[in-house]
Design a binder for this molecule. Sequence first.
Ligand code: FAD
Ligand code: NAG
Ligand code: NAG
Ligand code: NAG
Ligand code: NAG
Ligand code: NAG
Length: 584
Amino acid sequence: MANNYFLTILCTTFIVVVGGSALIRAMPPQNPIQCNQTGCILYNSYGVWDDRKTCHVAAAVYPTTEEELRLAVANANKNKLKVKVVSKFSHTILKLACPTARNGNAVLISTERYNSSIVVDVANLAVTVDAGVGLRPLIDRVEEEGLSLVAATYWEGVSIGGAVSTGGHGSSWWGKGGAIHDHVIGVRLIVPGNASEGFARVLDLKGDDPLLNAARASLGVLGVISKVTLSLERGFKRSITLNFTNDNGIEDEFMEHAKRYEFGDIQWYPSRYRAVYRYDDRVPLDTSGDGVYDFIGFRPILAVIPETVRALEKAAEATKNQNPKCIMATLSIAYRKLIANGLKNNLVFTGYPVIGHQGKMQTSGSCLYSPQTDKDSVCAWDPRIKGLFFYESSAILPATTFADFIRDVKKLRNINPDNFCGVDMYDGFLIRFISKSDAYLGQAEDSVVVDFNYYRADEASTPRLNEDVLEEVEQMAFFKYSGKPHWAKNRKLDFAGVKDKYPNFSKFIGAKNVLDPDNMFSSKWSDEVLLGQAEKVKEDGCALEGQCICSEDRHCSPGNGYYCRTGLVYKEARVCRYSGFRSG
Ligand SMILES: Cc1cc2nc3c(=O)[nH]c(=O)nc-3n(C[C@H](O)[C@H](O)[C@H](O)COP(=O)(O)OP(=O)(O)OC[C@H]3O[C@@H](n4cnc5c(N)ncnc54)[C@H](O)[C@@H]3O)c2cc1C
Ligand SMILES: *[C@@H]1O[C@H](CO)[C@@H](O)[C@H](O)[C@H]1NC(C)=O
Ligand SMILES: *[C@@H]1O[C@H](CO)[C@@H](O)[C@H](O)[C@H]1NC(C)=O
Ligand SMILES: *[C@@H]1O[C@H](CO)[C@@H](O)[C@H](O)[C@H]1NC(C)=O
Ligand SMILES: *[C@@H]1O[C@H](CO)[C@@H](O)[C@H](O)[C@H]1NC(C)=O
Ligand SMILES: *[C@@H]1O[C@H](CO)[C@@H](O)[C@H](O)[C@H]1NC(C)=O
């Protein structure tokens, strides 16, 4: 009965999605910095930070040239203000873009208007861009010159400065690999200076300057990146085929898959026993095909659809019934298969392989565009609607331990596959590849990144359905298999001990102490993560939001029947499990 009801709504929803996509008009994301006479508030793209606290800042400045950027740093330094840089996009999920005030005074430097210069050096296969330039304008400009940027995040709504600073990546073990910062060959960095230097200095880091290895992925704590120089390659096309198949042997195949296909990835839906292998190779420019990848999850969507999905999720959560989530997972996978995840040979998907220019295939985000006036459709997570709201976990594991991680997750899945429906109705587990890096905060070896999104409650104190299962996966990834967190995603607990996981971490801190000795660019968040100064006090309910690992029941939600228990497969895990209204 309940299922029929859900099915009816879902089918209607999907008909609206399929049938309505031609009519869509969109409202672009809102500006992350909102100011009035009393000050400013910084939001991220989801409208809520990891700790759910508001980020208040005294003022925001919008430099348009490198000299204005330098003056902004000088001015802040002279006045002993804390500083953070933020892009027009502010897609960081973690609070790393929020300055913590010294004497209540902090300033945000926005790169929103520092985005005019893109200089392509065709002869040397390189491009130098202002840090505020978006990934899309950069790629389009480079392609006009017959060149290609090889690595990109899958989502194009990032600035170059932001993407490089947080280790933004796509997927590749070939060449320089899938992380954008490994294609960086130069950084112009503005750091505090003394009075005779005018309170700020511009450093031009290139070649084998060791500071470049610090600046490649710098979390915004070294200073302001003014310009980034990236290496390019001769233009090429991509040929993509998606193989929707079963998930037997992912653990035995991923390595070969990554070696065989330059841009391969794997999407794994454990509850459905499904895997989607992306066969993705570069092909010469003269190969016929004018395809586009307009990823389904990043398209503008009628607000009513994510609102309906959210309402269904909340109903499923409230009744502790995972069936609706399983139905949504099944329908979502079927729909994705039908439309090839958003790959289009021309205007629509007509069959594999889909072949198109690198610039049209490497990244997408059509929900970013369209006129401000039309409010019918948005990015599915737009905070102005009651749409999708979720956690994003992203663990970077050494390739050598990844198979064991998959085996463990399968063991947990086999106990009750439906426990994974909540993650499968999003994107399941997205498995991508990044290479060994020279960056101090890059990877010391070829690695596998696994991303998974899942429901986040409206209230911090509300436990989630099958909370324990994904907590166990998370703790396996980060602690049993020593996974490293993506610098812009994840929940706070995942950062515990991160400094011991990077062999060159102390070199990074050394560079930070040289470039920013007075910690102008440090914040509460960076001190906690980089210096290991996390608060030791665990508040009631802290495990629900990933602010801690539970060690007592009160860290979960005993009032709702969730107690701190051991993991089912990874016995060292401590997770919040629903066991009814008894503490036995
Ligand atoms: C929908 C979505 C999809 C995503 N997909 C991917 C993906 O496929 N792969 C991936 O790796 N990541 C992905 N991410 C994460 C994303 O790459 C990071 O959040 C990235 O940092 C966003 O860039 P931004 O320009 O919005 O940065 P911001 O959020 O503006 O800034 C990020 C950090 O960099 C610092 N910073 C920014 N500009 C500068 C500068 N000029 N100088 C110094 N510091 C600076 C900021 O202080 C902040 O600490 C995704 C995020 C979202 C929301
Ligand atoms: C002005 O901003 C402050 C914080 O910066 C906020 O508390 C207040 O609600 C805002 N007022 C208006 C009218 O937007
Ligand atoms: C810079 O940003 C403005 C406003 O967002 C935009 O119109 C312009 O196209 C951008 N320029 C480049 C080179 O990206
Ligand atoms: C300022 O810094 C420069 C370069 O680091 C140094 O040579 C100079 O002595 C410093 N001046 C003062 C007044 O500290
Ligand atoms: C899809 O993947 C499966 C598992 O790796 C493989 O057996 C099958 O041959 C593949 N199909 C195609 C069309 O490549
Ligand atoms: C990082 O550390 C490793 C191990 O100590 C070392 O081999 C490597 O050269 C270092 N990388 C850089 C860029 O310093």
